[in-house]
Design a protein around this ligand. Sequence first.
Ligand code: AMP
Ligand code: GLY
Length: 440
Amino acid sequence: MTVKTLIIGHGAREHVIGETLVRDGATLYAFMSSKNAGLEDLSQGRIKIHSETDFKEIIDFSKKNNIDFVIIGPEAPLVVGIVDALEKNGIPCVGPRIEAAQLEGSKLFTRALLKKYKITSNIRSKSFNSMENVESYLKDLGVENVVVKPDGLTGGKGVKVYGDHLYSKQDILDYCQALIKQKSPFLIEEKISGEEFTLQTFVDGKNVVGTPLVQDHKRAYEDDTGPNTGGMGSYSMANHLMPFITQNDVDEALEDMKKVIAAVKAETGIEYKGFLYGGYMKTVKGIKLIEFNSRLGDPEAMNVLPILKTNFIDVCMGIINGNLKSNIEFENKATVCKYLAPEGYPDAPKKDELVKIDKNKLKQIDARYYYSSVYRKDDEIYTTTSRAIGVVGIANDLESAEKIAEQGVGCISGKLFYRKDVGTLELLQKRIDHMNSLLK
Ligand code: AMP
Ligand code: GLY
């Protein structure tokens, strides 16, 4: 009898999770707020289209179909307690309970936790819910060293960094005022410099097992210009590191995450189980935490799951049962993911535009593709207002993987754009030079 798994979520991250489950022998079901054509095909129509935060409907659908376990893809259901609700009904989940999901849901919670437990990846920060003491804290940090972050989920769009989005003390004060007006508590934190990397991990309550490092590209346009987005593409290297991030750095970040998991347990009494995404920056002062996500990354899930060698169902069962093995294996391959987004994304995306996909050619060149925010009508794919399709190349080295991704993008046409520079050796060299210039 096969294992019946339910995926919650409707994007490219969930598409690749579903693909990996089916590859490893699961019978897939999908519960999503809008229909992902990839998940519809993989689950052979065993789907429900409904709000991803409607606990009752998710529980009913799981019970009706005798689901063995549920994987929660996005953060929104996690931070309102979907795992608590499912577990109360005897349905095992891959994902943290509400208290533990605060690592993503509340930046104030996370910074306070790191401070209390003296976790060294922490940086200077202070929380506010009025303008009281804001000016004096700005003076303390220095206006040019400031980042302002609303407390809750912002879809990657609420964080404003001095020099990128804020250009004067007045800009900072105006943004703080705007947040107060919206009744959103916020953090002012120290702006740090370095190279960012994503460390996605599997966590079973105690053990934290790392996956290959990935670097995402948040800015909309080439050369890291333009507005912040959900992520325009990402790459990983065949040795699972980055040329500017060593194994020692990874070990430091993994140790850090273990301490955080222990701190969550000490603070809330809850064991963290599920995926934990560490967004770190390597700086002259060591590895520093930018943010945690209580789920896999999008696009980063598309870099690691396709090269997972260990059976994914066994990994999920290890997370659920608290006996995750430490020797989870990945192929020594490089990966490049390029996201196609509607023209005008993120500010004025063109929706309902036809996307033509040459599936045979994609197959020929062995490029993978994952549907994000697109819909299928009469067997044709159309854009919505968010990222459209993630195209992934996998090969023995970065250069070859980038070529496959680039050829793959060429098989898809429509009113779309993407970043040609993601995964290129030129961009990689810029990152290396940047890190070297800081470490000098
Ligand atoms: P977040 O939503 O927390 O990931 O922030 C979005 C982006 O803002 C990150 O990917 C970083 O590039 C940048 N950022 C966030 N916090 C800091 C910080 N303390 N110093 C420098 N850059 C930051
Ligand atoms: N790639 C960033 C995220 O998943 O939040």
